[in-house]
Design a binder for this molecule. Structure first.
Ligand code: KG4
Ligand code: ZN
Length: 321
């Protein structure tokens, strides 16, 4: 990877406690050209014509923001006469496991189980190869990152909630409160995180305002442990069932310290290989989209773009042929 530039809109949306779609597209529009120019400069690329191909996220996501990216990429690809690859956002995350580790890129599509945990998705996927994915199970309601964000909001902690809860949780007692571990008794790979969120809400209402930082830290630690326990247990069962001893954990929530520590322990106990991206590549970034496109380009995949708000990773459109 030659460069990675990330423009954050956290400052724009934090005031509202969540992403405001219209503001997201507007700021995307004003930010995108400077970011592309900076990425080229940092990579030492004098002109976009020096690139072999152009890549862009085609979905899933907020259509307004996706359209901004796709229209810019279409214009650029047309101007420099290069192929344009529309990449599924979650396929991009799958490639993030290899960013910063160039020598191992070839391993990216050895069969493995992937736990995709972000603000919009929580799913376990059997990765057979590039473009060849079987979704083993997904969340029935909130995604894990969404649960972190909602719990942070109801605790009055700010946005985005994942990193804030994660930091506070380090100070608390994870056994202080017994929050539910939904779906653990089911022999499937589905998740549900709306119940644990409601359990935190009930706890807060019973206690009135959580007055001390120590109390707040205990709630955060207990909530984090409940979410992590379910993610880990389902992931280890998926690895055992699929019979491929390799787990990749990607997406914004893969930055969670509690999750990372617990994963290392379980991987050592169960004897499977574990890959988690470096922290800076867990959250959304363009480098992972570029990496996925580079693999498709190398495999001579069809280059085209169709914007989609929600398309499953195992949709036939994602397949290589
Ligand atoms: O992959 P991502 O950057 O964007 C989406 O595709 O959704 O993931 C963002 C999500 C947010 O919900 C955010 O709160 C969560 O990842 N997140 C975390 C942590 N850092 C980011 N959740 C838990 N612990 C963290 N340290
Ligand atoms: Zn993402």
């Amino acid at each position: 990877m030659r460069s990675s530039v990330v423009a954050s809109q956290v400052g724009v949306h934090s005031h509202f406690g969540g992403v405001v779609p219209e503001l997201a597209s507007r700021h995307h529009l004003s930010g995108i050209v400077p970011v592309v120019c900076e990425a080229l400069t940092r990579a030492g690329v004098a002109h976009a014509r020096d690139c072999d191909a152009i890549a862009v996220t085609e979905g899933p996501g907020l259509v307004g923001a996706l359209l901004v990216g796709v229209q810019l990429a279409r214009g650029l690809a047309c101007a420099v006469e290069r192929p344009l690859y529309g990449i599924h956002h979650m396929e991009g995350h799958l490639f993030s496991a290899f960013l910063g580790d160039q020598d191992r890129h070839a391993e990216a599509f050895e069969p493995h189980v992937a736990l995709l945990v972000s603000g919009g998705h929580t799913e376990l996927v059997h990765v057979h190869g590039l473009g060849d994915y079987t979704i083993l199970g997904a969340t029935r309601d909130d995604a894990a990152g969404e649960a972190f964000d909602k719990v942070a909001k109801l605790l009055g902690l700010g946005y985005p909630g994942g990193p804030i809860i994660d930091r506070l949780a380090d100070e608390g007692d994870p056994c202080a409160y017994a929050f539910p571990r939904a779906m653990l008794d089911r022999d499937n790979f589905e998740f549900s995180f709306s119940g644990v969120k409601t359990a935190v809400l009930v706890r807060v209402e019973q206690a009135g305002a959580l007055s001390s930082r120590a109390q707040l830290a205990d709630v955060c630690a207990s909530f984090r442990r409940a979410v992590v326990d379910v993610l880990i247990e389902k992931a280890r069962r998926a690895v055992a069932k699929v019979g491929v001893p390799r787990l990749h954990v990607v997406g914004g929530v893969a930055a969670n310290r509690g999750l990372r520590v617990a994963l290392e322990q379980v991987a050592a106990e169960d004897g499977f290989a574990l890959r988690i991206p470096p922290l800076r590549y867990c959250g959304d970034n363009a480098a992972m989209i570029g990496a996925a496109a580079a693999a498709r380009y190398a495999a001579k995949a069809r280059a085209d773009v169709v914007v989609h708000a929600s398309l499953a990773l195992d949709d036939p459109r994602i397949r290589m042929s």
